[in-house]
Design a protein around this ligand. Sequence first.
Ligand code: WTA
Length: 668
Amino acid sequence: MKGMSLESENLPFNEYVYNDRWRSRTLDVKSYWDLHRRSIESFEEFWASIARELEWFKPWDKVLDASNPPFYKWFVGGELNLSYLALDRHVKTWRKNKLALIWEGEPVDQSGYPVDRRKLTYYDMWREVNRVAYMLRNNFGVRKGDRITIYLPMIPELPIVMYAAWRIGAITSVVFSGFSADALADRINDSQSRLVITADGFWRRGKVVRLKDIVDKALEKAPGVENVVVYRRLGLNDVPMTEGRDWFWEKALAGVPHNAYVEPERLESTHPSYILYTSGTTGKPKGIIHDTGGWAVHVYATMKWVFDVRDDDIYWCTADIGWVTGHSYIVLGPMLMGATQIMYEGAPDFPQPDRWWAIIERYGVSILYTSPTAIRTFMRFGEEWPRKHDLSTLRIIHSVGEPINPEAWRWAYTNLGSQNVAFGSTWWMTETGGIVISHAPGLYLAPMKPGTNGPPLPGFEVDVVDESGKPAPPGVRGYLVIKRPWPGMLHGIWGDPERYIKTYWSRFPGMFYAGDYAIRDQDGYIWVLGRADEVIKVAGHRLGTYELESAFISHPAVAEAAVIGVPDPIKGEVPIAFIVLKQGVAGTDELRKELRQHIRNTVGPIAEPAQIFFVSKLPKTRSGKIMRRLLRAVATNSPLGDTTTLEDETSVEEAKRAYEELKREVSQ
Ligand code: WTA
């Protein structure tokens, strides 16, 4: 398999970890499975009982409409509004003046103390959301079902704009602020957004990132955009503004009363709340569509089970809202619960490697949701950094986005959690809308094991199957599938229903195919090993190798490209590229640099390849398919396996030579 090979690490299937704090919540494995079985036996009633805990304007007529699979519908006939659930509902209670958000900007003063801080109560958020909803509706004519592209950094206006959009039934399409102009333009065009909301820029590792400049470049390729709203995070005074199209935030809010109130729309449960673009196995990212009611129920349930959020908790999810983790577990989840959460703008190691630990100490963070890449990065910095701070408030840590290697788990459990936290690796994906496989300390805690995802959550029927779709025996690698619809599930790909069926529901009929390799151990715990397709996870960020290949080919010097992911001790995986240049073009170091920059510009900095190899041909099958598997074998020094379909053996030899040569150069 590709990626950071968990398999080769000899997974600790039998290493059970218990601690005192969670002893009373720890269930033995068998009792957990009894509970899980009951949730599946009556799974519609099970989900309905959770949905009843939310406030619906109108109750549903049918929990699940499965009459036209795989186009499932949840809570059909029900009406609700996410903005109402996350704000109005709390504003009517004592939580009105509770802090919803503690925001910290990146810059610090000489003593290392943050200089930009904002604290917003639920009432503050509610007022801001109403003002922005009024602006969207009255000043920009946004209507139910319209798409809005949001390209904002990690500032409170990001969730505020999202809730404002949901309040009036608009569909958000958030684009990660680390994506390039081209990636942004593609997403604007695909979603046919006419309004873009952005900022002048933001701080990242002590440097200013000029976001609006990127938007201007994108808009050269996205002519459908009529208006751009620009929030001044930095107050730059040289932001080019196009007359009649671009509006600074204050101008955009012209005429909006300070106490504006916008009645939340009564939205059908099945109404789309957001589109989020994610990478797959073609060059074009797909716009994953999520509904309103099912998503809310799934996220709400998992907030309770997995994060056990209580009113005195300080919750911090370190993800960016530009990815699905931020959508479900920063924007929606904590606010559905009426929780207080931390939001941080900048880099984890600015001004020094203890920034996160300083934040945990400063606010007394009790629940931390982070990524294996972050943990491995901190491991490298050393345990003296967390040791400088009091982290004893932490009671739950979870990771997400990629497999966590047992060593990183043990490090964090000890050095961050003082061996006294519940700590799991929550498996899910953009398509699932919420966590599916995870420890659930809010409900029970099956004994922890370093590196596992644990058993599936109640209500989810998950399996590991072989090529033919039959359950794989314990300990044997297979494909991860979900055998029943679930509330937070995707509802298609924007503009491409065929692709939805083909990608997710065709490989194993009647089951959702996740695209991951996994092992189920003797206790039924799932260990997700990594992607089984051409998707790679770079520092937890999901990228398609085909996307990178198309980006390479768009450069005038490149004839052909093959991109693969190879294991990396910190980032999990990194992309490397094998490039065939056009006739007459020389493969110089200069060109290598230029190609790197080209990828940064066309996809984004996160996609920059770790290495670029120039070769004269790529290994292909006789029918012309690139055999990435062989390149992967070359790059990871593993056996080539079956090469009978290979058209020209010298291609592999050449790739090997190029690889060896570069390795020699690097080591010299
Ligand atoms: C991977 C992120 C192992 C997996 C929420 C999945 C994980 C892909 C885990 C989805 C985990 C996510 N352990 N692998 N705890 N969580 N993955 O859409 O390969 O950005 O298919 O969603 O991340 O990535 P996405």
